[in-house]
Design a binder for this molecule. Structure first.
Ligand code: SF4
Ligand code: MG
Length: 328
């Protein structure tokens, strides 16, 4: 059984021109050697502070940006090399992105129904009438009635618009949704509704989800596994309960302690760190060895000299960590 998505040694960097950082042709390594698998039907959470490369990884996964090395396989198709028109089109339908900002997701002058018809027209799907039916169907799936097709974006609340964003992602019957901070623009109650909706849709439509967030509270209840990213690298991957109850990487521990300060799961295990120390270093000149060593309370001389290898944590099969001194 192959995973639905398989990422091998992905590297994506951006050249930086001009400005003080530009001299000498510096490159920002946004994603620097990431390998990951996403199983069919699972919800994988991807967490890390902003700027750690989560969104770049998402765009590379979807084939929206060329990669420098490594590859992404989606159900046996190499995403970065799918050049044939039909292959690309099929991939584009199968993998959809749910944007983070519902307010900028739609053209403010267009009725939602018009915006929703565009992808169908682009893929030459159905007659006018069939497209209308498809739009009603996806609106119903996200809990909006037909009247929303006639509304302008400003006539909807943030939560309603985020539902419409999800409806648009569902139009082409995808199998894989990448949700990039899908609830960051919403208040707590809307956030819970949208997360529940995504999980319900996943079950009902047999989707696989990648849920990207800087906030562990978002991935806490709905993900099967969680991957933690720091400065372009994945530092820990574990089933959700393992990650929340037995985090092995000091960065994960610090992230848990700072985002869930009064969670019973983090009591005791990570009480030594109240918050993350300092700002993340610039990705323009990442620290040597383990990139977390400048902020890690457990750092030793070896950490600055040598990048830690990826290894099983506490001999748990599905729990992997990149740290010289993992554990509580
Ligand atoms: Fe901390 Fe060293 Fe582990 Fe990096 S390798 S997380 S610096 S203990
Ligand atoms: Mg982002």
């Amino acid at each position: 059984r192959t995973p639905l998505v398989r990422v091998d040694g992905l590297v994506k960097h951006y050249p930086v021109r001009g400005g003080v950082f530009g001299r000498g042709g510096k490159r920002v390594h946004s994603v620097d050697g990431v390998s990951l698998e996403i199983e069919r039907g699972e919800v994988l959470g991807l967490v890390g502070e902003s700027g750690c490369g989560k969104s770049t990884l998402a765009r590379a996964l979807l084939g929206l940006t060329p990669v420098d090395s490594g590859r992404v396989m989606f159900d046996g198709t190499d995403v970065s090399r799918a050049t044939g028109g039909r292959e690309r089109k099929a991939l584009r339908r199968s993998m959809q992105l749910v944007f983070q900002d519902p307010l900028s997701a739609f053209d403010p002058r267009m009725r939602l129904g018009v915006s929703l018809e565009a992808p169908l027209a682009q893929h030459r799907l159905g007659t006018r009438e069939e497209r209308g039916q498809r739009i009603s169907k996806v609106l119903a799936q996200v809990g909006l009635d037909d009247s929303y097709a006639g509304r302008l974006p400003h006539e909807c609340s943030g939560g309603q618009l985020q539902r419409a964003v999800i409806a648009r992602a569902l139009l082409l019957r995808p199998r894989f949704l990448v949700c990039d901070e899908p609830t960051s623009a919403l208040d707590a109650s809307n956030r819970a509704h949208i997360l529940n909706l995504l999980v319900e849709l996943k079950d009902r439509l047999g989707l696989t989800l990648l849920m990207i967030s800087h906030d562990l509270r978002v991935v806490r209840h709905i993900c099967d596994r969680v991957a933690v990213m720091y400065l372009g690298r994945v530092v820990e991957v574990a089933p959700r309960h393992r990650l929340f109850e037995h985090p092995a990487h000091p960065y994960t521990q610090a992230l848990l302690a700072s985002s869930l300060p009064d969670s019973p799961q983090t009591d005791g295990t990570v009480s030594t760190f109240s918050t993350l120390r300092g700002e993340p270093p610039s990705p323009l000149s990442p620290p040597s060895g383990c990139r977390f060593h400048t902020r890690c309370p457990k750092a030793q001389a070896r950490c600055a000299a040598e990048a830690p290898a990826w290894s099983p944590a506490q001999s748990e099969q599905q729990h992997h960590v990149a740290c010289h001194f993992p554990g509580p």
